[in-house]
Design a protein around this ligand. Structure first.
Ligand code: ATR
Length: 270
């Protein structure tokens, strides 16, 4: 038996234990996976205790930056993200920090037949969630990724940090009105049911695809807006959640699970 878990605070409602249990059943892996509540001021100690027996862990809010600082080694994508959502204990006992969030987003978009290469993409928000997905997104060779943020300086900072990986621009919400191919909402606005101040002209009817990195039982506020504007398709972040988990499961076990039935089970349970 190998031991895995997810660290967060709060963590009781995490869907990760269910996702990994289903992956393990599907692939015949003998694993235990639990939700691990770490004290806000005691994350390093909780990690040290767990890895006396643990083989790997996921890390969620609010510990991803602390996990980045704690890792002994970092994958290139975690280095770029400056955040770690997955630890793997290596054979020499050291902790590898990885970040599977961006791969989760890109895999979910590709699973849904959303073409990324050559497309003009708006990414809303310039916080940790957006930073975490930029490298894998740019690896798909979009024509341009424009970071849109209320605080424009933060968008400019991110755009310059990732400019070596592709065509990056930055702007404020009131600078943009031309239609784009894809809009990805990476702001935390959905959490409070708010909508970023978007122009009504950004969506080309029956063409633009909108993706909310958040998910909820009912259509998110951003996706409601997109549907009202005639977006070709709206997708929410439940697929990203399952895909980032699949990527972590693969890192740990070397086995790639099929995310489709797990996503269906999760959606049914919402
Ligand atoms: P996270 O780790 O989830 O990315 P964060 O680092 O606090 O959280 O970043 C939140 C992002 O959502 C920021 O880009 C924030 O914009 P500002 O940098 O201008 O504050 C954005 N955001 C939050 N609420 C928003 C709203 N109501 N409208 C537009 N953007 C919002």
């Amino acid at each position: 038996m190998k031991y895995y878990g997810v660290f967060g605070n709060p963590i009781a409602h995490s869907k990760s234990p269910m996702i990994h249990r289903l992956f393990a059943e599907q692939t015949g892996q003998q694993i235990s996976y639990e939700a691990l509540l770490a004290p806000l001021d005691g994350f390093p100690a909780a990690v040290a205790e767990f890895f006396k027996i643990g083989s790997g862990a996921n890390i969620t809010v609010p510990f991803k930056e602390e996990a980045f600082a704690l890792a002994d080694q970092l994958s290139p994508r975690a280095q770029r993200a400056k955040a770690v959502n997955t630890f793997k204990k290596l054979s020499n006992g050291s902790l590898l920090g990885d970040n599977t969030d961006g791969a989760g987003l890109v895999n979910d978009l590709l699973n849904n037949q959303v073409l990324l290469a050559g497309q003009k993409i708006l990414v809303l928000g310039a916080g940790g969630a957006v930073r975490g997905v930029l490298e894998p997104l740019l690896a798909q060779a979009p024509a341009e990724v424009c970071i849109v943020n209320r605080t424009v300086e933060k968008a400019e900072q991110l755009a310059s940090e990732f400019a070596d990986l592709g065509a990056m621009t930055a702007c404020g919400y009131d600078w943009i009105d031309a239609p784009v191919d894809i809009i990805i909402n990476g702001t935390s606005a959905s959490l409070s049911g708010d909508l970023p101040p978007l122009a009504d002209t950004l969506i080309k009817a029956s063409h633009t695809v909108c993706y909310d990195m958040m998910y909820s039982k009912n259509t998110t506020v951003f996706n409601q807006w997109a549907q009202q504007q005639g977006a070709a398709r709206t997708l929410d972040g439940l697929g990203m959640l399952v895909e980032q988990a699949a990527e972590a499961f693969y890192l740990w076990t070397g086995v790639r699970p099929d995310p489709t039935p797990v996503l269906q089970a999760l959606r049914a349970q919402l």
